[in-house]
Design a protein around this ligand. Structure first.
Ligand SMILES: Cc1cc2nc3c(=O)[nH]c(=O)nc-3n(C[C@H](O)[C@H](O)[C@H](O)COP(=O)(O)OP(=O)(O)OC[C@H]3O[C@@H](n4cnc5c(N)ncnc54)[C@H](O)[C@@H]3O)c2cc1C
Length: 550
C-alpha cells in the first residue's frame, strides 16, 4: 500500500497526547491520520490526575462537559497505622474556591483510558477521524517536501507520505529513535514500585468513601489504594518496600493479595479477576529539542519522569496544544515554517523545570519511612503558572524590568495573580460578566477559539486602526472582540468585530487595563500572545506569527 499526501499530518500513537493533537489539528481544519500499534485502545488508570490547566485545554477542545460528567474531585488520603486502624486524614492537593480568572482551580480525577475514550469519540463524531489500530510506524525518512513513513499492519507493509509527523508514541518512542532525538537523563532502577489496576473488595467504606487508603508497616513497606469512582470495585494501587517482590507480585496474584492483606492487616480483603500490575522504576529523561525538521515529538515520547504530582499527561496535553495551532497555520500556508521552531523553545523550559520538581519530590518521598509524611503538592502543580514569557513570538509592551519579570521567573512561576499582572506568554485568564449585543452574559472562555487568535480591544478609539493593521494578515485566523467598560456610550459593532460590555470590570482587571493594556492578544492555545499599548504592537505580534497577505 502506498499513500502520498492524502493527509497532511500523521500522528503516531493514539494515547491521550496523540488524540489531543489529532483533535486540535482536525478542529483547525487539518487533515490528519492517527495510527497506533495496539490492536485496541489501552486500558488503565495511569494519568488520572487532571490539572486545572488541562481542564482549560479540554474546554477549548470542547470535551470538558463530557470529562466533567465522569471526573471526580481529587480525594483525601486516609492513612492507617501499622495495625490497620484508620489514622490521620489529609489532602495533598488544596481545594480552592473558583475565582473569575480561574474557574477550574482544582485537580480532578479520571482514568486516562476514560479521557482517551472521550477524545476518540469527539474525534470520530466531530471530525470523522478514526484511529487506525494495529498499525505500527516502523520507518521514517524526511526529504524536501515531506516525510516518508513505513508502516506495518499485521503482515502487510506499506508506505505513506505526509508533510509532517508527530511522534506521540510514548516513552519508548519509535519516532524518537528513528529520527535520532537525544533522550538524556537518569534511570534509578532502585527507585521502583508496583503499580496497576486491581479489583479489590473488603476494606471499610469501599463503596461510600472515595478516600485514597494508605497502609504501611514500620519498615518502609506501604501500599496506596485509590478506589476508581467510574469503575466501582476497581482500585488503582501503588506499592513499594523491602518486603515486596515486585516481579513475583506481577506474575503471582495470590502473592500480591497476601501482601495487600498483610499491609492492611485485613484477611477479608478479596481480589477480583481484573488485575493488571506492572513494575515502575524512576526514569527521568527528556529530549533536548522536540523538533527535527518536519518531525515532532510530544508527551512521553519527549519526556519521561516520575508520576509524583501527576504532571506527565498534563504536560503532554500542553505540548499538543502548543504545537497544533502552529502546525495548522503552517500547513494552511498562513504562517512561515519557522513558527514551528517555537514549539520546542516554548515547551522545553517548563518540561525541564517539571523534571526537577517531580524528581526532587519523588526522591524525598522515597527517602521517607512514613509515606504519610509526604508533603502537600505545591500550587505550581496546577500548571496555571506554566508560561513562555521568554518566547521570541510573544510581545509584552508593559514590561518594565525584563530581568525580574521574564528572565528570573521560573518556567512554572507565571501565575498572574501572584506576580501582579498577566504577562505575554502566561496562561490567558478568564473573565465572566461580559454582556454581548443580545444581552447574553458570556465569559472570555466562552469566546476564545481553538482555531483563532482573539484580539481583545479595550479602547474603542483603536478599533478602526486595528482592523486596518490586521488586514495585512489572514483575517480568518483572527477574531476581534471590543471590550467596553460598563456605562460606556453604546457603540455600533464595526464589521467583523464582536462587542461585549465588561459590566463587572473583570476583563479589564484580568488584562491589566489600569496598568496600560489597550489591546491583548490571546493565542488559540489559551496563552497570552500580546499585552499591548496600541496597534503597532498588534502588527509586531502578528508579523512574528503570520504571513503577510499584502
Ligand atoms: C503510575 C503512573 C501514574 C501516573 N499518573 C499521572 C497523573 O496522575 N497525571 C498525569 O498527567 N500523568 C500521569 N502519569 C503519566 C501518564 O500516564 C503519561 O504521561 C501518559 O500516558 C502519556 O501519554 P502519551 O499519549 O504521551 O503516551 P502513551 O499513553 O504511552 O501512548 C502512546 C501510544 O503510542 C503507541 N505506539 C507506540 N509505539 C508506536 C509505533 N511505533 N507505532 C504506532 N503506535 C505506537 C502505543 O501503543 C500507545 O498507545 C502517570 C504514569 C504512571 C506510570
Amino acid at each position: 500500500m502506498s499513500d502520498a499526501f492524502t493527509s497532511k499530518v500523521l500522528i503516531v500513537g493514539a494515547g491521550p497526547v496523540g488524540l489531543v493533537a489529532a483533535l486540535a489539528l482536525s478542529l483547525n481544519g487539518v487533515k490528519v491520520r492517527i495510527i497506533d500499534k495496539l490492536p485496541a485502545p489501552a486500558v488503565g488508570q495511569r494519568g488520572s490526575t487532571i490539572a486545572p490547566r488541562t481542564l482549560e485545554a479540554y474546554r477549548l477542545l470542547g470535551i470538558l462537559p463530557d470529562v466533567l460528567k465522569l471526573a471526580t474531585p481529587f480525594p483525601e488520603i486516609q492513612d492507617h497505622s501499622p495495625d490497620g486502624t484508620p489514622g490521620r486524614r489529609f489532602s495533598i492537593l488544596p481545594r480552592l474556591p473558583p475565582s473569575p480568572a480561574v474557574p477550574y482551580p482544582n485537580h480532578l480525577q479520571l482514568g486516562q483510558d476514560y479521557v482517551a475514550g472521550i477524545l476518540r469519540e469527539h474525534l470520530e463524531r466531530r471530525c470523522g477521524v478514526n484511529v487506525e489500530w494495529g498499525t505500527e510506524c516502523v520507518g521514517l525518512e524526511q526529504d524536501g517536501d515531506g516525510v516518508n513513513v513505513a508502516i506495518r499492519k499485521g503482515e502487510t507493509d506499506g508506505r505513506l507520505k505526509v508533510e509532517y509527523v508527530i511522534g506521540a508514541d510514548g516513552a519508548k518512542s519509535m519516532v524518537r529513535k528513528l529520527t535520532g532525538f537525544s533522550f538524556e537523563g537518569e534511570t534509578a532502577a532502585d527507585t521502583r514500585m508496583l503499580i496497576g489496576d486491581v479489583e479489590l473488595s473488603g476494606f471499610e467504606g469501599e463503596s461510600t468513601d472515595p478516600a485514597i487508603r494508605m497502609f504501611k508497616d514500620d519498615d518502609g513497606n506501604n501500599i496506596i489504594i485509590r478506589p476508581v469512582p467510574e469503575r466501582p470495585g476497581l482500585c488503582f494501587i501503588v506499592s513499594r518496600g523491602p518486603l515486596l517482590d515486585i516481579p513475583r507480585a506481577c506474575a503471582d496474584h495470590a502473592y500480591l493479595l497476601s501482601h495487600i492483606r498483610f499491609l492492611a492487616s485485613r484477611e477479608d480483603i478479596k481480589m477480583g479477576a481484573e488485575c493488571t500490575v506492572t513494575e515502575w522504576h524512576l526514569n527521568v529523561r527528556m529530549a533536548n529539542t522536540f523538533q527535527k525538521g518536519r518531525i515532532f515529538i510530544a508527551g512521553d515520547a519527549a519526556h519521561v519522569h516520575s508520576p509524583t504530582g501527576g504532571q506527565g499527561l498534563n504536560s503532554g496535553v500542553m505540548d499538543a496544544m502548543n504545537l497544533a495551532w502552529k502546525l495548522a497555520l503552517v500547513v494552511r500556508g498562513a504562517a512561515i515554517p519557522s513558527l514551528l521552531d517555537t514549539y520546542s523553545t516554548e515547551r522545553t523550559p517548563p518540561i525541564r523545570e517539571m523534571l526537577n520538581l517531580t524528581t526532587t519530590r519523588t526522591k524525598h518521598n522515597f527517602a521517607l519511612k512514613r509515606t504519610a509524611d509526604a508533603a502537600a503538592h505545591p500550587l505550581a502543580f496546577r500548571m496555571l503558572g506554566v508560561h513562555c514569557r521568554g518566547s521570541d513570538i510573544v510581545n509584552d509592551e508593559l514590561v518594565v524590568d525584563r530581568r525580574t519579570e521574564i528572565e528570573e521567573v521560573s518556567a512554572y512561576g507565571g501565575e498572574g495573580e501572584d506576580t501582579g499582572r498577566v504577562h505575554a506568554g502566561d496562561r490567558a485568564p478568564d473573565a465572566p460578566g461580559l454582556r454581548d449585543a443580545d444581552g447574553t452574559e458570556r465569559s472570555l472562555f466562552d469566546l476564545f477559539d481553538l482555531a483563532k487568535h482573539t484580539v481583545l480591544v479595550f479602547d474603542p478609539a483603536l478599533v478602526d486602526e486595528l482592523l486596518g493593521a490586521v488586514q495585512t494578515f489572514e483575517v480568518e485566523c483572527i477574531q476581534t472582540l471590543l471590550v467596553l467598560e460598563a456605562g460606556s456610550a453604546s457603540c455600533t459593532s464595526p464589521r467583523g468585530v464582536q462587542v461585549v460590555v465588561d459590566f463587572k470590570g473583570l476583563a479589564s482587571q484580568a488584562y491589566s487595563v489600569a496598568q496600560g493594556t489597550r489591546i491583548a492578544v490571546v493565542r488559540p492555545d489559551g496563552v497570552v500572545g500580546g499585552m499591548l499599548k496600541g496597534t503597532k504592537g498588534v502588527n509586531d505580534y502578528f508579523a512574528r506569527v503570520l504571513n503577510s497577505v499584502a
